[in-house]
Design a protein around this ligand. Structure first.
Ligand code: SF4
Length: 413
C-alpha cells in the first residue's frame, strides 16, 4: 500500500487594517466617522481666482476702477505669477495698493520647504489665513512638471493608513487657495528654483500636470475644486492648462463621480480603489460603507462612457493586506466584466515603514500582482513613488512617472 504525501495548504497571510498610534473617530453606530460637511470656520478672503470673469469686472468696478483693470490683474497673476503691486506699473499708482489688496489678497504663507538633493522634487508646507496647514509637492520629470495639490485642510474620509485622515476635516479650501498653490509653484520655477532640468528638455518651464492627491478628498469639496479646475484650463482668463493633464482622484464618492462625468471639462479621472472586495475595502476605505466597490467601478466606467477618457485605478500595494494574487484576479475580473479598453491600473508600493502593518509589498509580490492583471488584459504599470526621502505626499499617494500615462490616455469616444 502506498501513502500519498500530505497536501500542503499554505493560507496567504491576511493583515487587517488598523490604525497605529492614533484612534479612529467613530460614529454612533461604531463605524469610522465620515465628515462630508466642512466645519464652519472663518472663510478665506475672496480672491480673483474665486470669481468668474464677469464677477471680476464687477468687483473691480466696486473698488472704484474701470472694468478693464480686471484683465490686467489676470495677466499679472496668471501669466507673471505675481500679486505684488510694486511690479504692476501698468496700473495707476493712485489706488493701486487698494485694488490689488481687494482682488489678490494673500492666501498662502510658506512655512517650510523641503527638497531632494537634486532639487527636482520640492514639498511645500503652507499656512492658510486661519492657521490651517496644507501641503503641495512639485516634481520635475522629463518633459513635464507635476504639482500634487491639496483641496481640503485635513480630510473627513478617515482612512486608517492616512496621516491626513487622522485629524479629520479642518475645512474646505477655496478655489483660489487651490489655484494659488500652482501660481506659487510657477513663480518658483520662473525664478529658477526647481532643479533637474535636462539640457535637451525644451518643455515650457511651468506646471503642466496637476494631480489632486495632496490633502483632502477633492470630490467632497466639489464646487470649489471645479471652479479651480475651470481657472486652470481657461485660456483667456486663467492658467490655460490642458484638462488632460489634470487628474482628479477620489476614494469613491459615487454621486460626485456621476456629476463629474457630466461636466464639460474632460479631466483625467482616478479612482483610489486599493481593494477589489468589500470585506477589506470597508475597513481600508471607510467611505466604502456608503458606496461599495461595484458602485464605484460602475461610476468609473460611466465616466469613461461619457467622456471617452480612460480611467485610472490607483492601488497602493500593502504587504499581506491587499496584495494577494487572488485579489489581482478579482480586480481583473471586475474590470473586464465592465468591458475592455476603458481602464488602466496603477499599483503603487506603499512607502515602506519597517515593523508597521502599513508597509510595502515584497518586490516579487508586486511583480506577480502586476503580471496577473496584465495577463488578464488590463494595462497595468507599477508606479514608483517620488520624494520618499522628503516624505513626499500626505500619508498616501504621490504623483509619479506614470501620471503621464493618465495624462496621455487617448480619448476613444
Ligand atoms: S487617503 Fe485620501 S481620502 Fe483617505 S483620509 Fe487620506 S486624504 Fe482623505
Amino acid at each position: 500500500m502506498t501513502t500519498q504525501p500530505p497536501v500542503r495548504t499554505t493560507k496567504p497571510r491576511q493583515v487587517r487594517p488598523a490604525t497605529e498610534g492614533w484612534s479612529q473617530k467613530k460614529d454612533e453606530t461604531g463605524r469610522p466617522l465620515l465628515q462630508f460637511a466642512s466645519p464652519k470656520r472663518g472663510k478665506p478672503p475672496v480672491h480673483l481666482a474665486d470669481l468668474t470673469a464677469d464677477e471680476r469686472v464687477a468687483k473691480v468696478k466696486e473698488l472704484g476702477m474701470p472694468g478693464f483693470r480686471a484683465k490686467q490683474l489676470e495677466k499679472h497673476y496668471f501669466q507673471h505669477y505675481t500679486s505684488d503691486p510694486a511690479l504692476m506699473t501698468d496700473l495707476p499708482a493712485a489706488g493701486r495698493d487698494e485694488l490689488v489688496a481687494g482682488m489678490l489678497p494673500p492666501l498662502l504663507t510658506e512655512v517650510k520647504r523641503l527638497e531632494t538633493d537634486r532639487g527636482d522634487t520640492i514639498k511645500f508646507l503652507w499656512k492658510l489665513h486661519d492657521g490651517a496647514l496644507v501641503e503641495s509637492v512639485l516634481m520635475r520629470y522629463p518633459g513635464r512638471i507635476t504639482l500634487c495639490v491639496s483641496s481640503q485642510a485635513g480630510c473627513g474620509m478617515n482612512c486608517p493608513f492616512c496621516a491626513t485622515g487622522q485629524a479629520g476635516l479642518t475645512r474646505n479650501m477655496s478655489a483660489a487657495e487651490i489655484v494659488e498653490q500652482i501660481v506659487r509653484a510657477n513663480r518658483l520655477i520662473a525664478d529658477g528654483g526647481l532643479g533637474g532640468k535636462k539640457k535637451d528638455d525644451h518643455s515650457a518651464d511651468r506646471v503642466s500636470n496637476i494631480v489632486f492627491m495632496g490633502m483632502g478628498e477633492p470630490l467632497a469639496n466639489y464646487a470649489r475644486v471645479m471652479q479651480a479646475v475651470r481657472v486652470m484650463v481657461d485660456k483667456d482668463h486663467g492658467l490655460g492648462m490642458s484638462a488632460r493633464g489634470i487628474t482628479v482622484s477620489t476614494v469613491g464618492l459615487v454621486p460626485a463621480i456621476t456629476k463629474l462625468s457630466n461636466e464639460d471639462i474632460p479631466v483625467t479621472f482616478a479612482l483610489s480603489l486599493h481593494a477589489p472586495d468589500d470585506v477589506l475595502r470597508d475597513e481600508l476605505i471607510p467611505v466604502n460603507s456608503r458606496w461599495k466597490v461595484d458602485e464605484a467601478l460602475d461610476a468609473a466606467r460611466d465616466y469613461f462612457d461619457k467622456t471617452g477618457r480612460r480611467v485610472s485605478i490607483e492601488y497602493a500595494l500593502i504587504k499581506d493586506m491587499n496584495d494577494h494574487a487572488w485579489r489581482a484576479d478579482l480586480l481583473a475580473e471586475k474590470l473586464n466584466a465592465r468591458g475592455r479598453g476603458w481602464v488602466h491600473v496603477n499599483p503603487i508600493p506603499l512607502n515602506p515603514t519597517p515593523g508597521s502593518i502599513w508597509t510595502a509589498s515584497e518586490v516579487p509580490v508586486q511583480n506577480e500582482f502586476v503580471r496577473r492583471l496584465n495577463d488578464a488584459g488590463i494595462p497595468t504599470t507599477l508606479r514608483d513613488t517620488r520624494g520618499k526621502e522628503i516624505d513626499g505626499a500626505c500619508g498616501q499617494l504621490v504623483a509619479t512617472e506614470d501620471d503621464q500615462v493618465a495624462a496621455d490616455a487617448t480619448p476613444v469616444a
